[in-house]
Design a binder for this molecule. Structure first.
Ligand SMILES: Nc1ncnc2c1ncn2[C@@H]1O[C@H](COP(=O)(O)OP(=O)(O)OP(=O)(O)O)[C@@H](O)[C@H]1O
Ligand SMILES: [Mg+2]
Length: 186
């Protein structure tokens, strides 16, 4: 099973991706987590990525595409994966298309989660208190939401046209949402 999970900040992508990963026995790959891991370990990539992340901006495509290409080529990704946080703009969609064509592995579905603005803001506020992510400042959050609306949300139409999009309500219990997704994906 090869899946993308998409939706605005705070909608629950990471949570649902982890459960889908367990259910299907495939790795959940989050570009945000990969960047945070590199930041924590002060790698060259981490130092570069941090410049953008703390401002709520996208890390440059060249860097991000390379990370995804390398990650999807790893052994544990042979039988499937779920990508969380990628692609985020039209050029990343193109890059992913090329990566998948190379690997000869088409996408099975795009899981989109949806919730109202107020719900997202409330969840992010809570998460900021608990996790203390450095990009959960009001300025960075506003920027991330703006980038999402302008660059990422339009990609849903792209995958809809390809017949891959499945949209789910991101409001409800974690288990409820999970079983709805699994029932739909099979
Ligand atoms: N595909 C990507 N392209 C460019 N930058 C990315 C990409 N994925 C992650 N990043 C960088 O990492 C940051 C954190 O991403 P992450 O997906 O963890 O958080 P998010 O967008 O706030 O979503 P969520 O609230 O669901 O965790 C982004 O704001 C961006 O700077
Ligand atoms: Mg996340």
């Amino acid at each position: 099973m090869r899946l993308l999970i998409m939706g605005p900040q705070g909608v629950g992508k990471g949570t649902q991706a982890a459960l889908l990963s367990e259910h299907y026995g495939i790795p959940a790959i989050s570009t945000g987590d990969i960047f945070r891991y590199n930041i924590k370990n002060k790698t060259e990539l981490g130092v570069e990525a941090l410049k953008y992340i703390d401002k709520g901006e996208l890390v440059p495509d060249e860097l991000t595409n390379k990370i995804v290409k390398d990650r999807l080529a790893m052994d544990d990704a042979k039988n499937g994966w779920i990508l969380d946080g990628y692609p985020r703009n039209a050029s990343q969609v193109e890059a992913l298309d090329a990566i998948l064509a190379d690997l000869n592995t088409p996408l099975d579905a795009v899981v989109a989660l949806d919730a109202e603005h107020d719900v997202l803001m409330e969840r992010m506020k809570k998460r900021a208190e608990i996790e203390g992510r450095s990009d959960d400042t009001p300025e960075a959050i506003a920027k991330r939401l703006d980038v999402y609306a302008k660059e990422t949300a339009p990609l849903l139409a792209t995958y809809e046209e390809r017949g891959l999009l499945k949209t789910f309500n991101g409001v409800g219990s974690v288990e409820e949402i999970q079983s709805t997704i699994v029932a739909e994906l099979g």
